[in-house]
Design a protein around this ligand. Structure first.
Ligand code: EPZ
Length: 433
């Protein structure tokens, strides 16, 4: 198990490139199950969850050809995989697989649509919440699947799914993606109401349309799908990771630096950009695919307090909440951070307090009183985005921070220490004692 040793206090300056979006790559990998022809995906991030999903697909009998060259670091060509689900040897996704990565539930919809059956272990909760999949299951039932659960497995069966109208009584990203994939091969029309509008949903729909699916409305709250008999292979480039890009913008603010993030899509980050500007940061878009963030006077600071509430896209993303909280500790005044998506997503707060922050958590609200100087300490990561928040705090702190369990951050960030060190950070990765 690795840990990071972080020397703080240096303003980060320079240019960094965003990798492909993990949360777009995962459903796109699952979509390859919908056809017996090869699917080529480019700009895949070299992160643990992608490797985990490839292992899962291979366990189902899917062939995956890796272009070894493109996975070398730093890669010159976009990382690409050729995924060929010519034959599927089993429809079972075991517990140990889902336990490692709950997004394995994205296999449920495509598998039952392609094979008429899927047996996927119910995901346990995780650090940030119970993470049920009741809406995935209800949606599949609306498409005519017969669902049973036994020994912790969800078993979905259907000779052929038939179109239906699905209303999500809670907006769910992977729920929308799971059912969007299932609906592409269902007989007749499916309408997904109150669907998730995240850019990653739209990216998945763009791949499915290239595969021959008939989809309109992706990226809006109502998605219509006209089922087809079969889908064909396709080639697709994954969108940039907006959360990674937002994390680097936050790093510029918290260290009083000046960072240009390239290979990003500014229109995916509107709420984040507006909030960072409200906090006093200067953010510009030098080109259509880059953003530049700094404090006024290049580090003159300080940031200003600004309340923030997470919401489904296009609102402020929950996956940026922890990073914003770290930033708010360096802002003058009181920032109230409200988390509306997950029930337990403040685990970074006590670690930030140990570094000197003044944060009071009360239910789904955290009151951050800034500006408090941060000092390096031994801290522990609990989940993917909390880890990113703690790395940023370490970069802003005086002295040395040891961050344990960085495997959490490796799930969703590609060699984050190398990218940050290229901006002047001083982070070393080392085995934990
Ligand atoms: C996706 O998770 C992302 N993961 C998460 O990113 C992200 O935080 C989340 O969407 C919200 O944006 C992937 O895309 C792989 P939800 P997902 O279903 O789909 C409740 C990261 O850091 N709900 O939109 O699992 C649920 O408990 C990860 O990259 C139900 O009640 O999230 C939550 O409170 C973390 N029943 C809310 O809805 C269901 O059937 C939103 O969850 C499904 C969800």
């Amino acid at each position: 198990m690795d840990r990071f040793r972080i020397q703080g206090g240096t303003p980060l300056r320079g240019t960094v490139r965003t990798s492909g979006a993990k949360n777009a790559a995962l459903p796109c990998l699952a979509a390859s199950l919908l056809t017996d022809e090869p699917v080529i995906l480019r700009n895949l991030p070299s992160v643990r969850d992608i490797r985990t999903t490839c292992g899962l697909l291979k366990s189902l009998g899917v062939e995956i050809a890796e272009d070894e060259q493109s996975w070398a670091w730093p890669s010159t060509s976009a990382r690409q995989l050729k995924i060929h689900a010519a034959k599927i040897s089993t429809v079972e996704v075991p517990w140990e697989q889902v336990r490692t990565m709950r997004a394995s539930t994205l296999i449920l919809g495509p598998l039952v649509a392609r094979c008429g059956e899927a047996r996927v272990s119910l995901p346990g909760g995780c650090a940030i919440g119970a993470r049920p999949i009741d809406l995935h299951i209800k949606g599949l039932e609306k498409l005519g699947a017969e669902i049973t659960t036994e020994h912790g497995m969800v078993i979905a069966r259907s000779k052929r799914l038939r179109g239906g109208r699905i209303y999500f009584d809670r907006i769910t990203v992977t729920g929308t993606e799971d059912l969007l994939m299932a609906a592409t091969l269902a007989e007749g029309e499916t309408i997904l109401d109150n669907a998730a509008r995240e850019p990653e949903v739209e990216d998945l729909a763009n791949l499915l349309i290239k595969m021959g699916a008939k989809i309109t409305g992706a990226g809006t709250s109502t998605i219509r799908v006209e089922g087809v008999e079969r889908l064909r292979g396709a080639e697709h480039t994954i969108i940039p990771d907006r959360i990674e890009a937002g994390t680097f913008l936050a790093a510029a603010g918290i260290t009083g630096g000046d960072i240009t993030v390239e290979d990003c899509q500014p229109d995916h980050l509107t709420a984040v950009i507006e909030k960072f500007r409200a906090a006093g940061m200067t953010i510009t878009a030098p080109t259509a695919t880059s953003l530049r963030a700094s404090l006024p006077g290049f580090g003159a600071g300080p940031l200003r307090a600004a309340d923030m509430t997470t919401a489904e896209h296009p609102g402020f993303p929950t996956d940026m909440q922890a990073q914003y909280m770290a930033l708010a500790t360096q802002a003058e005044g009181i920032s109230v951070v409200t988390e509306n998506i997950f029930e337990n997503r403040f685990m970074h707060a006590p670690e930030l307090v140990r570094m000197g922050a003044d944060i009071r958590v009360d239910g789904n609200r955290a009151v951050v009183r800034g500006r408090t100087p941060l000092s390096g300490a031994g801290i522990t990561a609990s989940d993917l985005r909390a880890s990113a928040s703690l790395v940023m705090a370490g970069l802003a702190a005086q002295g040395e921070t040891i961050l344990e369990r960085v495997y959490h951050i490796d799930r969703g960030y590609e060699r984050i220490e190398e990218k940050l060190n290229s901006l002047g950070a001083r982070i070393t990765r080392e085995p934990s004692e």
